[in-house]
Ligand binder design. Structure first.
Ligand SMILES: [Fe+2]
Length: 427
């Protein structure tokens, strides 16, 4: 018998298996993460959570009557896990502050998410059209004309400077049939948001935004019959797809207006720190921090977006997957900072609260990842009671917590529209 129960983070020990890593979801069915070392525990505590759900096989336990955990038989002994210093400045890469809470960290925004969303009216469509123009020009002329997207990059940086979280709401507007274009805009937005979190300056954010839009530009040189094949690719076709990062780099490197940092980010966005990536199988600190930021944004958006052949993973599952890739694909420290930046419940998510109300996440202003600011909306007889909505800061609202992440389409609920209405009305 498999049982989940809640436990304080401070009571965890190596050998315990955590359900869904970070998320208090009692319905979760796996996969489970085995805490192997004290270093794993330290990292988990550093995420700012107070408690989590863990799993025991063959135990009779419940949230109310937890069984004290024992180390699993054969659990690896404590060893120093390899660390990659994501914070160390590297050649041609912006220096990442050693303490995100000192210069980046939780958002201290000039205006609220809902106010910023009102000012972003039409922004996603404009970004999408600019990316389409860039891609079409590249296909037609064989040249990459970055002028098509520089205004959009400036808009992204401007929005993130006003409120770091608001653009996450727009990410949900993507269409599966236009995946590549939406993905490029999303990666740009996510990379700039994360750069802001890390304390990057305006110019560094612009470079991240540009690299995000351009990261897959090399795919414009891959035959459409392979790129859009509605079937599993054979090894030769995979090899052709994998040339896209080199093709993009070569085109951009020939362009005098594209900074070297952007070119390198495009070249390295599929490298992995364990050396199993491509095109060059670089490892560790041979991959720039700038490139790892793009890579994190790329993978997170790919996991959390609808694709022609599969539905998007819930944000919580996408973040769990990223967490499990730390140390193999991405530097561990940088991965954990990315999760802190996005939040366990990303801005724009729909959740169910312990009060029974529905909630739209409106930013993660605190260190505690599972206590965001939420617009709470009662629901009665299948109808949302918007007139009774109230803004709650869960960090400052004892007794109210998030119980589950919900899929807005299951409830015909438009999170962005609701937040915009609230922003227009004022809070
Ligand atoms: Fe790519």
């Amino acid at each position: 018998m498999r049982t989940l129960y809640k436990i304080a983070i401070e009571n965890l020990s190596p050998g315990i298996r955590i359900a869904n890593v970070l998320f208090p979801d009692p319905d979760f069915s796996g996969p489970f993460l085995l805490l192997k070392t004290q270093e794993d525990l330290k990292r988990l505590r550093a995420l700012g959570l107070k408690e989590c759900w863990v799993v025991r096989e063959g135990a009779e336990a419940s949230e109310k009557n937890p069984v004290p955990p024992k180390a699993a038989p054969g659990a690896p002994s404590e060893t120093a896990s390899p660390r990659t210093s994501a914070d160390a400045p590297r050649t041609s890469a912006p220096a990442v502050p050693t303490s995100p809470s000192a210069q980046g960290g939780p958002a201290q925004s000039a205006i609220s998410v809902e106010q910023e969303l009102v000012s972003l009216k039409g922004f996603y469509q404009k970004s999408f059209l600019a990316a389409r123009e860039l891609f079409l020009q590249t296909q037609e002329t064989g040249e990459v004309r970055i002028e098509a997207v520089t205004d959009v990059v400036d808009d992204i940086v401007g929005s993130v400077q006003r409120n770091r979280d608001a653009l996450l709401c727009l990410k949900g507007l993507q269409r599966a049939d236009l995946y590549t274009l939406c993905h490029s805009v999303n990666v740009s937005m996510l990379a700039v948001m994360f750069g802001k979190f890390l304390g990057y300056d305006q110019e560094q954010l612009r470079l991240l935004g540009l690299a995000g839009i351009l990261h897959d530009i090399g795919k414009q040189f891959i035959p459409a019959s392979i790129l859009n094949a509605p079937r599993r690719l054979n090894p030769d076709e995979f090899a052709i797809i994998r040339t896209h990062s080199t093709l993009g780099y070569e085109k951009l490197a020939a362009h005098k207006d594209v900074p070297e940092l952007v070119c390198r980010g495009v070249l390295e966005h599929h490298e992995k720190i364990d050396g199993t990536g491509y095109p060059h199988g670089k490892s560790g600190e041979d991959i720039s921090v700038f490139s790892s930021i793009l890579s994190l944004a790329d993978v997170y958006d790919a996991l959390s977006s609808n694709k022609p052949y599969r539905k998007a993973l819930p944000p919580t599952t996408a973040i769990t997957t990223l967490y499990e890739m730390r140390g193999s694909a991405f530097p561990p420290d940088l991965t954990e900072k990315f999760i802190r930046c996005i939040g366990v419940y990303p801005t724009g998510s729909l959740v169910r609260l312990s009060t029974g109300e529905f909630g739209v996440v409106c930013g993660n202003p605190h260190e505690t990842l599972n206590k965001p600011r939420v617009l709470a909306i009662p629901r009665d007889a299948g109808r949302f009671l918007f007139t009774q909505a109230r803004m709650l800061d869960l960090e400052k609202t004892p007794g109210v917590s998030i119980r589950a992440h919900l899929n807005p389409t299951d409830y015909k609920f438009d999170c962005q529209k609701v937040l915009k209405m609230w922003g227009t009305r004022g809070s």
